[in-house]
Write a new protein. Structure first.
Lengths: 338, 338
């Protein structure tokens, strides 16, 4: 069996760490794993298959003999080094926002649009976390009833901003409980025991970039250029697990039982939907898991063909690291790496 | 000036306490305040205008000489005692769910439908917290552009479930941070560092009673029996302050600047809407305040006439105690008490 040399760029970050753990537990045949990060992490040792492995400093010559490079080190690093990695012969799977809307770059969720990988040019983009879990839930519904419009409000965990924001939520919560002053660094405001309707920067129309990512990336992934969609994205004091309240208008009347069955049978989805027994998706049960959890599936009586959904997923795994590794797996299985 | 004897039923609860504080700070002329609660609170002393006042046990004879009775002790108490209070000559303003949808009972938000108080029969209902702040924001938009459909997702604070839930959020948060086992009593699941898409009980269609309250109460208050509206209500680990992501379809194209101006000029609303300077409503700035805070006002480009809003209010004040006191003030001002 062919084995692959894999590099993780941003190996010491929250997503990079998940990538390493996920690679250990899955079937992708890795012959050598190269851990790359900035100079700050030089010499740091991380465990790969129970063996300590030294983190190397990212540089122009980091990608010799690398087959697959998983990037999760921010847009600037991706803009500079993804082309270098690709020109060195690696296929790049990039978790940043740098290349997602480039028409030459496939934007892929393996359960949703694996065919977009055909004829790739060595650079593949991983969508934004909040987009991934939404399109996983929307695709089976679209295939059956045709999407007409989507209204989504998010409840996003702080780990989406990195480990520092997680540490800050913990520190702020402790200070709050002890009635001590809080340090505020990761966000413009206190996040402990608060909500912040502000993720990424704002445009002239008052939409945040995170909201517009959900609009544009969803359209690209579903290949529905004009899909009407509006998003409100909100940071909540949760460590791991993004939640989304999704209101969907379809082109034909929806049978709720059929919708539930279609979703339950779809790859990458676990339906938890027995609210009377207090069973529904929550960040607490999605954290650390691979699937997108879908529940609160019910008719929206304000429309002839409306449906409400509540979708929760681990933003570091399916929202980032897992999806990137799954893209690599599809490439290898489909022989699209060579 | 005529003064009034006022009773608070449920005086020791979270909302009852707010009612007492709000009465102290406003203009309603109170000659005597009677504090009523269950036997558990018998003999407890609370402060009214700097003087200790004994809590009395609620009974059938509690309402002699009471002009205005503010109830906030749950539906069962209201069902039993509100008619008794009314028959004793008091006007009852009831914060429970018991009478809200009774066609004989006005359901009132003073900024929105004060005229509904005309010809009341001595019993007036205070809407649900999540409904009040939404209709305060919707009414000025409806007056200008006619509401066509509303999609709302909520982020509701634990104080809506009473002081015990607040104490539990604090205790769970402390235990979580100390890596100790958590006690779970107020909700079916841990609420610290978690979200629970479950408020009140569920119906056969999978909607929660809280969601259907938002639908039916909004229609009644706005006098729009057929207004299409769908709600998803979610409990979040916040102490005070409900937030709502509201998507509105109007009958005519909306000018966002005009919408912002109309909202800013409306009674009971403060607009905070400068997201580039990180200025928007949050539970942290709404807690303890009287107004409904509205921000993130922007076009919803998925519709010809769509608008997104983010509305935050103190669920114990405008969502409950303040609105009840404001109803009493309107009654007195309009001479509708006699």
């Amino acid at each position: 069996m062919r084995e692959y040399n894999v590099a993780i760029v941003g190996a010491t970050g929250a997503v990079g760490e998940q990538m390493r753990k996920i690679l250990e537990s899955r079937d992708l045949p890795v012959s050598h794993l190269k851990l790359l990060a900035s100079e700050r992490s030089e010499g740091k040792r991380l465990t790969w298959k129970r063996v300590g492995t030294e983190v190397e400093v990212l540089g122009a010559d980091s990608f010799q003999n690398i087959d697959i490079a998983l990037f999760s080190a921010g847009s600037e690093i991706s803009e500079e080094y993804a082309p270098i990695a690709r020109d060195s012969g690696a296929v790049v799977i990039d978790n940043s926002n740098a290349w997602r809307m480039d028409p030459e770059v496939p934007l892929v969720v393996p359960e949703v649009n694996p065919a977009a990988l055909m004829g790739h040019h060595g650079l593949i983009a991983n969508p934004n976390c909040s987009t991934i879990q939404m399109v996983v839930a929307l695709k089976p519904l679209h295939d059956r009833w045709n999407l007409k419009r989507v209204v989504v409000s998010t409840y996003q965990a702080v780990s989406g901003s990195g480990q520092k924001a997680v540490d800050e939520l913990m520190a702020q919560s402790e200070a709050y409980l002890a009635d001590k002053p809080l340090d505020i660094e990761s966000y413009p405001h206190q996040i402990a025991f608060n909500l912040i309707p502000h993720i990424d920067v704002f445009d002239d129309d008052g939409n945040s970039k995170e909201e517009m990512k959900m609009v544009h990336e969803t359209r690209k992934i579903l290949d529905l250029d004009d899909l009407p969609i509006t998003a409100t994205t909100v940071r909540v004091p949760i460590v791991v697990g993004h939640s989304e309240s999704i209101n969907v208008e379809l082109s034909e009347p929806v049978d709720v039982e059929e919708a539930r069955k279609i979703l339950a049978e779809s790859s990458g989805i676990t339906v938890i939907d027995n609210p009377r027994e207090a069973e529904y998706p929550m960040p607490l049960n999605a954290a650390g898991m691979d699937d997108c959890y879908v529940g609160r599936i019910r008719r929206d009586d304000s429309l002839a063909s409306g449906l409400n959904l509540w979708v929760v997923a681990d933003n570091l795994r399916k929202g980032a690291a897992l999806n990137a590794v799954q893209i690599a797996e599809v490439l290898v299985r489909a022989g699209l790496k060579e």
